[in-house]
Design a binder for this molecule. Structure first.
Ligand code: PMP
Length: 461
């Protein structure tokens, strides 16, 4: 814990020099400066302890301070501090083989540094693949409204959240968007599964009307995460996969959030039998956030088209730090721990049993829907259950504020359009203890049941 003068100087330096991600000019909101972390908890410079109920940015899957991961990074740095993947090194070789094994098929993996870059690589690979497979006109990509796929211009063009894009549009040409399988607010059908299937058929129509010979790929998360935790019925992904096959369109699964156990399977698409994505992108949980790493795993038969096209037609894409030896060593250790501690099954089980108690919040007058898979929970907040009018910022802020006051950080969905950032998001580290998870449930529940009193206090203070 820092003394007051030290703290004041730190806050001033932060205010003067550090441009925060997603910075909002909110007055009277002191920046939270973290100092240390242990397991699912971190401590700020004022000595306050918080449980990180969103795993940083959904990445700190194994929690803070895993000595084995720290050792893996430092040993690798000592042995070989850097080496480019224009050539090769052992951690990248072993990690690419491990990824293939986890995906249950034959995949070639291209490494980068982040989820955005992993998706950028996927788009370029898809376009070049079609070109080299005799279909040079296939360049368009389809994604769903509310989806987030990254922050760089290509990935942002696939992102269909109006507020995030407005100031930076026009994006990259050729990115199209269709409605998500969002049965809670669907106009298609009262029945969730039927409604989701209509959302899938809209992808079929879009490809048909755009001309299948112009469409390269469909990119989607198996469960929209940052866009509001949207969980489709099982039939949806299966149907999308059939539609992609029918039109020779590549299915790109963005597993940046859902990969490595978050949803109670190693990868989110594995909840749906018979789905074999052509490209799988990963980051976040790949290293549990200990070091940056992105990965684009591509079906080997797609890679073959690069080989067949000859040397001149190689994939002209390079990242200085992509697949850094230390990051790959960390990823290998991270995966070893996930497997050894049987975390994927644990998430599946405790996501239903302990975190499952959050579903009781549906009784609350301001909760429209509680959606979940594994350790990923979304609580859609409304003013009124009948009209489904999204809850006000004040109401949502009250819950988040109350949780924080009681030592729990929770999140809310990103910049979709004004008024629709009304889904609270809870995604604690996968290694959270049972006590940690009980704490999450109890703190969130009590924030809801104190809500009326709390809002009144806020108004009168
Ligand atoms: N895809 C999804 C689904 C994401 O949630 C994110 C990041 N939140 C990204 C891609 C981009 O990852 P990064 O921030 O590492 O570029």
């Amino acid at each position: 814990m820092k003394v007051k003068e030290e703290m004041d100087s730190l806050v001033k330096k932060d205010t003067d020099h550090l441009w925060h991600a997603m910075h909002r000019h909110v007055e009277n909101q002191p920046t939270m400066v973290a100092e240390s972390g242990e397991g699912s908890w971190f401590t700020d410079v004022n000595g306050n302890r918080y449980l990180d109920g969103v795993s940083g940015l959904w990445c700190l899957n194994l929690g803070h301070g895993r000595q084995e991961i720290i050792d893996a990074a430092s040993e690798q740095m000592k042995q070989l501090s850097y080496f480019p993947l224009t050539l090769s090194h052992m951690p990248a070789i072993n990690l690419s083989a491990k990824i293939s094994q986890l995906l249950g098929g034959s995949y070639k993996t291209f490494f980068s540094n982040s989820g955005s870059e992993a998706n950028e690589a996927a788009f370029k690979i898809a376009r070049q693949y079609h070109d080299q497979n005799g279909n040079p006109g296939k360049y368009k990509f389809i994604s769903r409204y509310r989806a987030y796929h990254g922050t760089t211009l290509g990935a942002l063009s696939a992102t269909a959240q109006a507020n995030r894009r407005m100031k930076y549009d026009p994006g990259v040409p050729g990115f199209l968007h269709t409605p998500p399988p969002y049965s809670y607010r669907s106009l298609f059908d009262e029945d969730a599964e039927k409604s989701d299937l209509i959302a899938a058929e809209m992808i079929d129509q879009m490809i048909t009307w755009e001309g299948a010979e112009s469409v390269a790929g469909v990119i989607m998360e198996p469960f929209i995460s940052g866009g509001g935790v949207i969980i489709p019925s099982k039939a949806y992904l299966k149907r999308v996969s059939e539609i992609c096959k029918k039109h020779d369109v590549l299915l790109i699964m963005d597993e940046v959030v859902s990969g490595f156990g978050r949803t109670g399977k190693m990868f989110g698409f594995m909840h749906t039998e018979g789905v074999e994505p052509d490209i799988v992108t990963m980051a976040k949980g790949l290293t549990s956030g200990y070091l940056p790493l992105g990965a684009t795993a591509v079906k080997s038969d797609i890679y073959e088209k690069f080989k067949e096209a000859g040397d001149h037609n190689h994939f002209r894409h390079v990242s200085t730090y992509g697949g850094h030896p230390a990051s790959c060593a960390v990823a290998l250790k991270n995966i070893e721990i996930i497997e050894r501690e049987n975390l994927v099954n644990r998430v599946d089980e405790l996501g239903e049993t302990i975190l499952g108690q959050l579903k009781e919040l549906i009784e609350h007058e301001n909760v429209g829907e509680v959606r979940s898979v594994g350790f990923l929970y979304g609580i859609e907040m409304v003013e009124d259950k009948q009209t489904k009018k999204p809850a006000s910022d004040q109401l949502i802020g009250s819950i988040i504020g109350k949780c924080k006051e009681n030592g729990l950080i929770i999140g809310r969905n990103g910049d979709t359009v004004p008024g629709y950032n009304n889904v609270l998001i809870i995604a604690p580290p996968l290694s959270s203890t049972e006590d940690d998870l009980e704490f999450v449930v109890n703190t969130v529940k009590s924030a809801f049941y104190d809500l009326k009193a709390y809002v009144k206090i806020e108004k009168t203070s």
